[in-house]
Ligand binder design. Sequence first.
Ligand code: HEC
Length: 111
Amino acid sequence: MSASANAEEDGARAFTPCRACHSLDPAERNLPGPNLSGVIGRDVGGAAEFDYSPALRKARDEGLRWDAKRLETFLADPAAMFPGLWMSMRGIEDAAERQALVRFLSDPASR
Ligand code: HEC
């Protein structure tokens, strides 16, 4: 198996616990967390119809966007980036795992 195929698998595996609250299927919008299809390049707090915390609404009002770098930093310690965040998840300590997850979220072909 190639190294890139392994990285894709690692990303999919890293996303498994997120699926309890997030979907990558644009039609699925009734989970506890915002839909994450196309999150890279999207405004922070930008999923239509999701009722975000004041912390993420403020970030959206300030014009923040999700790029790969911001997403990776966020995943290392979500509440540190946005104090008051309504997402109860500890950060992912392993940098390689965070990178694989960000790649997985940015590349629709790898899903
Ligand atoms: C227990 C439920 C839960 C889990 C598990 C969870 N999240 Fe979240 N997530 C949320 C909620 C709720 C929000 C919205 C937070 C807010 O409004 O403050 C959120 C917000 C986000 C956002 C910001 C989205 C946006 O539209 O700006 C990203 C990115 C994100 N989560 C990624 C992840 C990833 C990746 C994982 C897995 C490693 C994960 N989440 C695990 C509940 C969860």
